[in-house]
Design a protein around this ligand. Structure first.
Ligand code: ASP
Length: 315
């Protein structure tokens, strides 16, 4: 019998238990659990990995806790510009959007780009026009206004500092969200969504919407979703590199992820992490930062959630 598995992340960074209040920790674990269960439910009912990763990511986009959708960080202009991508391991089809404003669920729009256009990536106003044309939900700026994100932005506004939200927030709030899954038919999928970096300008785009950097899926190898300092993930072509090490060098999922995150990425100065699943349903959740919001249901059906270092809190 084939087994399913799913993993999610809510961003990686300098997450330390000493700096997290019990109330906040509980809120994050609860939000991760809701997203994970939503995705797992799809797989349990023999749904597709694509649906599972989209639903899990949508759940986190709808939470103000994560830097994606509703909780997106502020740009230098005081707006929200979101990026997202999704990839189907079967046939390696993919869709992505970048620099979009007002769209409630960027990951859904990325999926529509994949399924309803002949393109892979749509940007800014054009992507929004496409979204309007297919009747996607838009929300007013107030929907994306979060007091903490606003305070983060105020602390660097007018400067040239662009920052991962955890770099400027004493409470170390993150982050980009993502999901990877394998379904009952052995199909893999990956999805990633983000508000990017606080105070970003000039139309800065990170790794999250770039296929091969922030997101990748190939039924022959693995599905990967990344989080961290985007510029380094682009230069390291991180998500694809994991797949390539498996395909061309015969590494296991764990070996490939360790090589990329604990060695290759560090060599160029990048920090962050990724989640990945291979075609046998093995999962790897790995980071070179102090922590990463994360959760998984492995192929034996065991669920676990985690935030800090090595430990993993049972759900
Ligand atoms: N990778 C994202 C970006 O650079 C940020 C993050 O993962 O927190 O846009």
């Amino acid at each position: 019998m084939r087994r399913t598995a799913i993993a999610i992340h809510g961003g990686a960074g300098t997450l330390l238990k000493a700096e997290m209040s019990p109330t906040k920790e509980k809120a994050y674990l609860a939000a991760l659990e809701v997203a994970l269960k939503a995705g797992h439910e799809v797989l349990k009912n023999d749904g597709t990995s694509l649906d599972a990763v989209e639903i899990a990511v949508r759940s986190m986009e709808d939470s103000p806790l994560f830097n994606a959708g509703k909780g997106s960080v502020f740009t230098a202009d005081g707006t929200h510009e979101m990026d997202a991508s999704i990839m189907n391991g079967k046939g390696r089809s993919a869709g992505a959007v970048c620099g979009i404003t007002g769209v409630k669920n960027p990951i859904h729009l990325a999926r529509k780009v994949m399924e309803e256009t002949e393109h892979v990536m749509l940007a800014g106003r054009g992507a929004e026009e496409f979204a309007r044309g297919i009747g996607m939900d838009f929300m007013p700026p107030e929907y994306f206004h979060d007091a903490l994100r606003h305070a983060q932005w105020m602390s660097v506004r007018g400067t040239d500092t662009i920052a991962l939200d955890h770099d400027i927030d004493p409470e170390k709030k993150l982050g980009t969200v993502g999901a990877v899954a394998i379904d009952i038919n052995g199909n893999l999928a990956a999805a990633t969504s983000t508000g990017g970096m606080t105070n970003k300008k000039f139309g800065r785009i990170g790794d999250s919407p770039i296929i091969g950097s922030g997101t990748y899926a190939n039924n022959a190898t693995c599905a990967v979703s990344c989080t961290g300092s985007g510029e380094f993930f682009i230069r390291g072509v991180v998500a694809y590199e994991v797949s390539a090490l498996m395909e061309f060098k015969g590494l296991s999922l764990k070996e490939a992820c360790e090589t990329v995150i604990k060695d290759r990425l560090i060599q160029i100065g990048g920090d962050g992490g990724l989640i990945a699943v291979d075609r046998s349903g093995n999962l790897c959740l790995i980071f070179n930062t102090a922590g990463m919001y994360r959760g998984q249901v492995n192929s034996s059906g065991e669920m676990s959630l985690g935030i800090y270092g090595e430990e993993s809190a049972k759900a």
